[in-house]
Design a protein around this ligand. Structure first.
Ligand code: MN
Length: 246
């Protein structure tokens, strides 16, 4: 598990961390989750991997609470299969109980495609999670087809704008228009917006002008297991955390 900082675009402050799964392959180097999670889904390993991710991230995050990370939000991606086969609420309960982390600090990220695949079946499951105080984010927003009534019924807290829009935004008016529309829609439904894959100052400024709440990406910090070095506007290093192996 690696952790990527999530930063407020208004003031550059660190507001959260997203736990991201990587595989350190002996020959191919560090592989992103998309390179191996499909195989984990096929083999069924996705369920124990998802539970391990949740528990490891919550335990690490709880340890950071007393090491300068108090009040930071923890975002954990939960692969979709998890919700189909077993109770995600049970995994969440176990991870929170084992780690001692406050549910209010945990945000689960579920992909848009999955949420909209069979939304009626998810209403109760997601309500059970939200009743614990856990927050809900829609990942890779804009790559699928969302139903606005369901976003409202799911009581979603956050939309995460897919990095493909962020990447194209500086040169493509169409992508900018999508970003503006998503932010306006999210805010009017009471949701916050985080942009993924922010890599340049130009993208950051554009997102800020559009009213985007938060951003994450290599502009702010590289993925890290060991330490966080964040670079805010003109501030240099303003935050660092020492990783404590769980
Ligand atoms: Mn994510």
């Amino acid at each position: 598990l690696y952790y990527q900082p999530q930063v407020s675009l208004a003031d550059g402050s660190l507001v959260g961390l997203e736990a991201l799964l990587r595989w350190r392959h002996p020959e191919k180097g560090l592989l992103p989750a998309a390179a191996f999670l499909p195989f984990a889904e096929e083999s069924g390993l996705i369920v124990p991997i998802s539970q391990w991710m949740l528990k490891t991230a919550c335990t690490q995050h709880q340890a950071w609470q007393s090491r300068g990370g108090a009040g930071l939000r923890l975002a954990v991606n939960q692969p979709t299969r998890q919700l189909k086969n077993i109770s995600l609420a049970d995994s969440v309960d176990r991870a929170l109980a084992d780690s001692g982390l406050s549910p209010q600090l945990l945000e689960l990220e579920l992909t848009e495609n999955y949420l909209m695949e069979n939304p009626e079946l998810l209403v109760d499951k997601l309500a059970a999670l939200k009743s614990r105080g856990v927050r809900l984010a829609v990942d890779d927003f804009g790559t699928g087809y969302s139903s606005l009534p369901y976003l409202k019924r799911f009581n979603v807290d956050r939309l995460k704008i897919d990095l493909s829009f962020v990447r194209r935004a500086p040169s493509d008016p169409g992508s900018r228009a999508v970003i503006e529309a998503v932010i306006a829609m999210a805010h009017s439904l009471g949701m916050r917006v985080t942009a993924e894959g922010v890599e340049t100052r130009e993208q950051e400024e554009l997102l800020r002008r559009c009213g985007c709440d938060e951003g994450q990406g290599y502009l702010f910090a590289r993925l890290s297991q060991q330490k966080f070095f964040l670079f805010g506007p003109g501030t240099g290093v303003f935050f660092s955390l020492q990783h404590q192996p769980a």
